[in-house]
Design a protein around this ligand. Structure first.
Ligand code: 13P
Ligand code: SF4
Length: 346
């Protein structure tokens, strides 16, 4: 039987030996099969002992790992129990049975898991894993917007702090932003904090959007010119983009969608050659699954997502750090905004 939480499950453990032994090689061989196209064999012995230790400790701690699509392949394919875009991770966070959630993603994602699981321990392996969008707006800013536009409903992208979620009417992700805005049956909606996602929603809906000025530091670096130059070299290349990209980038794309929708598009279409205009670890994760697809990579990494590493995940499970905490009153109000979104059909 799995150990239930108690003094023993809560205690810090000591670091297990991390050696490349025949036992580790055997126990992780099936995991290497998943990533062999993106992790060279010479690197595997440096990762496998930590992967093995993490997977053992997860059982001992009764913990699950939720990982975003931007996590590195050794995390995404070898230690995660649940992977997905922000909406999938939020939905799956409501179904977790384990005592501990280790969030491999950025801080707002860990906060969302805590908001939905107030009684569970939620850990993030590095609490400095922030997000330029979440940093772009405060709860006080939302209160000022409400004063300025009385009665106008407020939609917050999930890439916001719990404090901000507590001030808004409903959350959305890049998967459901249009559906969420339209579900409000309002003429005007305040949409924050991503100006580009706001423009994308405005372009696909009749609702008048009042936007904030935030931007994703990773997606705003892509340009339409850059994509046109790829097309000039290879007119057959397929280009798919995340809606956090600027409008001239989206105008060049054959498809726009959340990270999960982008992955599904590649899975079903199986293009010969593709550019995924988003954080570039995602191309590795999909390549590992679909080795026949060639990924052209204008590589922009999210420095926050990349703070999460195998050694930090192991440390997190050993020492039960860093625990995500939210003032219960704020969490209760934020929960209403997140749950309303989760229960919307989209
Ligand atoms: P998704 O919800 O599409 O995974 O996006 C999250 C994110 O942070 C994109 O930069
Ligand atoms: Fe935030 Fe952009 Fe990183 Fe996503 S990619 S977590 S939006 S900074």
């Amino acid at each position: 039987r799995r150990r239930s939480r108690g003094a023993l499950a809560d205690r810090p453990l000591s670091t297990p030996p991390l050696a490349w032994t025949p036992e580790v090689e055997r126990a992780t061989a099936h995991l290497y099969e998943r990533v062999r196209t993106v992790i060279p064999p010479v690197e595997w012995p440096t990762m496998a002992p930590t992967i093995h230790a993490i997977n053992e400790l997860k059982r001992e701690r009764n913990a699950v790992i939720l990982a975003h699509n931007y996590q590195a392949p050794e995390i995404f394919h070898c230690v995660a129990d649940v992977v997905g875009d922000s909406l999938q991770l939020a939905r799956d966070a409501t179904k977790v049975k384990a005592d501990i959630i280790v969030q491999c993603g950025v801080h707002f994602m860990a906060e969302t898991s805590k908001i939905l699981n107030p009684e569970k321990t939620v850990l993030i392996p590095d609490s400095r894993a922030g997000c330029s969008l979440a940093e772009a707006i405060t709860a006080e800013d939302v209160r000022l917007l409400r004063d300025r536009f009385p009665g106008v409903p407020v939609v917050a992208y999930v890439n916001t702090s719990a404090d901000v979620k507590a001030e808004v009417d409903i959350c959305c992700t890049s998967s459901n932003a249009i559906a969420v805005v339209e579900s409000l049956n309002a003429e005007r909606v305040i949409f924050l904090p991503d100006q580009y996602l706001a423009r994308y929603v405005a372009a696909h809906s009749k609702v008048q959007i009042i936007a904030w000025k935030g931007a994703c530091e990773v997606h705003e670096r892509f340009t339409g010119d850059e994509l046109r130059s790829y097309r000039a070299i290879d007119p057959a290349v397929q280009i798919i983009a995340h809606p956090e990209c600027p409008p001239d980038v989206i105008a060049e794309a054959d498809f726009t969608g959340s990270t999960a929708h982008m992955i599904d598009w590649v899975r079903t279409r199986r293009p010969k050659r593709i550019i995924m205009v988003t954080e570039c670890s995602m191309a590795d994760n999909v390549k590992a699954e679909l080795p026949d697809v060639e990924f052209v990579r204008p590589c922009n990494l999210c420095p926050h997502m990349k703070r999460i590493t195998l050694p930090k995940i192991l440390d997190s499970l050993i020492n039960l750090t860093e625990e995500v905490t939210i003032d219960p009153a704020i969490a209760a109000r934020a929960r209403q905004s997140v749950e309303w979104m989760i229960h919307l059909k989209s």
